[in-house]
Write a protein that binds this ligand. Sequence first.
Ligand code: SF4
Length: 328
Amino acid sequence: MMGALTDRFGRHHTYLRISVTDRCNLRCTYCMPEHGIDWTPPQQILQTDEIIRLARLFVSMGIRKIRLTGGEPLVRRDTVDIVAALAKIEGLETFAMTTNGIGLAEEAARLHEKGLTTLTVSLDSLRRERFQAITKRDRFPDVMKGIEAALAAGFAPLKINIVVMKDVNDDEILDFVAWGRNKLVDLRFIEYMPFPDNHWSPGGLLPYAEIRARISEHYQLLPVVGDASAVGKEFTLAGHIAHVSFITSMTESFCGTCNRLRLTADGNIKSCLFHPAEKNLRDVMRAGGSNDELAGLIAAAVQAKPAAHPPVEELIHVENRAMIAIGG
Ligand code: SF4
């Protein structure tokens, strides 16, 4: 089955993002449509054994990194059990999770003990009232406690995802650097991306070059030469511990080296974040389908993957799921 994850453009797909739920305990404006979404009925969400079976199959096909996402993965009751099971899969080299941090104060130590190797926390403001304005929930203290618990549990560097939205939180770019500069963190500034009903507009996008320029006025950024398929442009902060990264999918897209596939919470393989094409694996499994049948569907999805996402002006018209139903 090796080779089946190499697409028509020679991109080897070694990184699978698994969404374990489309539910969340926050309502971030850039992710969750204002009017919410039609939640997937629980019986249509992948069950634990189905997630484990598919993860094993993907690893046998060449996946080496898995990231658990949501919605919010920690709102699903058995996520720690899923972590414990997936961490045992032979051949898996990196096992990560992206969380909003709310459940971390309780779970960080257990997640680390069960074998999670990398953790990313989403945080778009260091101000409680602005956090509430962006997430529609007053949970800032819980997230900050979660970050402390994750660092204490040994997740280092802890990745902090910051979606930069012009005239919403871009005035905090330097506050984040000041907050994190002497912590074992990687501050990841993400260009605002358009998804259905997430209030995206060209005016809300602050380009990477501008974000970087603002930081460079006060700090020396030294490039880190890393994995070519890495999403972030990573830098060290001269004289400090933290790293700073930029995710530039809107102004400097990285589709040419894309190594990512996605499994949605309702069991679809999605070869590209911004492409609507999906193939359902859940129903094939539930109908008694074999691993070969599933591998065939996965390989077909990879072969149909587009070379790149369309330019932004076209992207805003693409039929797609809401971000919360993909998991980023
Ligand atoms: S837009 Fe699609 S092809 Fe481009 S980097 Fe994202 S997932 Fe890969």
